[in-house]
Design a protein around this ligand. Structure first.
Ligand SMILES: *Cc1c(COP(=O)(O)O)cnc(C)c1O
Length: 394
């Protein structure tokens, strides 16, 4: 169940629904990605860069404060300590190596909040590759520091000026560019997009669950946790944190979506509850849409969870009951992030704070081993946290 079938389907979700002109580009990837990922050269180089450049393995930290408060052994998988401050770099480095193995010289990507753009620009700089990042004009204004960061890293940021001037317009521009420049490599940032991207990104992020398993075994004599909890935007940090445990039904998988201002408020990104089957970004999955099949704008206080779809693997895990899904509101995430900051000295990304907030809704046994994937650090969210704190104490 953790890998798709040969056409890229997880049950009824996934596949590659792409315009004919894109077919050669996608077929080239489909035909080659597994052989390259399994080659000794790739594996060695990927391992080496994860260790020496990204700083892996990331620590698995047992939090005394959370453990005491929630009555279980609670561990944080510290993806926030990676170079560039989140899990996204694991994927960017892996795909850059894949691009190079395919003989590509130029990287293209689209980004919403800019976090994937920064990870891609970082990896491209490392490999001295040309990098173009498409970004909605409105997002560029909202996320100006990330635009500057990408430029500092040598990437060219191209504004998408059509439609709503946000992520989906940037995606359209990137795909158009890819069709016209088949020599470029399209680097997707989550477990979304046409087959093979969801599987490719899952396998690259699977280093997270591989490490969790080894760290638990070496330090606590037990390779399996009882629970793995992760937030879901497109679903890459969750897919990576789950991967090695998916086929083991004793490990409970918990998926956390952004409820925004509440599921029924019209301002939410809780795709699995609000979404219906449709096609987004070349993949058949659950997505938020109106009665005419037009994608509706999602909302979350955390930019990384503000995505109208969900990766096909997660749609399948949720639909079959293998993972259990919760939605957490802006307010709950802000509170959970403040708590971790003041009691553990760890300022989490607002995305990761959604995963932490689920602890309020779950009941554990004292001996349970609970792993929360702390997907990123919260420096980027400082202003949002401080504003919340100020309003609360007015
Ligand atoms: C982008 C991002 C996410 C959401 O993306 P996934 O693909 O669902 O993991 C979560 N946390 C952080 C810190 C991010 O930057």
């Amino acid at each position: 169940m953790k890998n798709p079938d040969k056409n890229g389907f997880y049950g009824e979700f996934g596949g590659a629904f792409i315009p004919e002109m894109l077919y050669p580009n996608v077929a080239e990837l489909q035909d080659n990605y597994l052989a390259i990922l399994h080659s000794d050269t790739f594996r060695e180089e990927y391992r080496k860069l994860l260790r020496n450049y990204v700083g892996r393995p990331s620590p698995l930290y047992e939090s005394p404060w959370l453990s005491a408060r929630y009555g279980a052994r609670i561990f944080l998988k510290r993806e926030d300590l990676n170079h560039t401050g989140a899990h996204k770099i694991n994927n960017a480095i892996g795909q850059i190596l894949l691009a190079r193995a395919l003989g590509k010289q130029q990287i293209i990507a689209e980004t919403g909040a800019g976090q994937h753009g920064v990870a891609t620009a970082t990896a491209a700089a490392l490999m001295s590759m040309d990098c173009k990042v498409f970004m909605g004009e409105i997002d560029m204004a909202r996320q100006a520091p990330n635009v500057e960061r990408m430029q500092m890293l040598g990437a060219e940021v191209l504004p998408a000026t059509s439609g709503s001037k946000t992520l989906k317009d940037a995606t359209n521009e990137a795909i158009r560019y890819w069709i016209n420049n088949p020599g470029s490599y399209y680097l997707i940032g989550s477990v979304v997009g046409p087959h093979p991207y969801p599987d490719l990104v899952t396998r690259l992020q699977a280093v997270i669950s591989e490490e969790i398993s080894t760290q638990l075994e070496n330090n606590f004599g037990q390779a399996k946790p009882d629970y793995v909890i992760a937030c879901i935007g497109g679903g890459s940090n969750a897919a990576g944190a789950y991967y090695h445990f998916i086929d083991d039904s004793e490990v409970q998988l918990i998926a956390v979506e952004a409820g925004g201002q509440g599921i029924a408020s019209g301002k939410s990104a809780a795709t699995s509850q609000l979404g219906r089957m449709g096609i987004i970004h070349g993949s058949k999955t659950l997505l938020m849409q109106d009665d005419y099949g037009q994608i509706t704008e999602p909302y979350s206080i955390s930019a990384g969870l503000d995505y109208p779809g969900i990766g096909p693997l997660h749609a399948h895990l949720i639909k079959t009951g293998r993972s259990q899904v919760y939605s957490i509101t802006d307010e709950e995430a802000l509170a959970a992030g403040m708590v971790l900051s003041t009691h553990e000295g760890i300022l989490p990304a607002l995305e990761s704070a959604h995963a932490l907030a689920v602890l309020e809704y779950t009941r554990f046994k004292p001996e349970d081993i609970v792993v929360i994937n702390l997907s990123g650090r919260g420096d980027k969210d400082l202003q949002t946290y401080l504003q919340y704190h100020k309003n609360k104490h007015k």
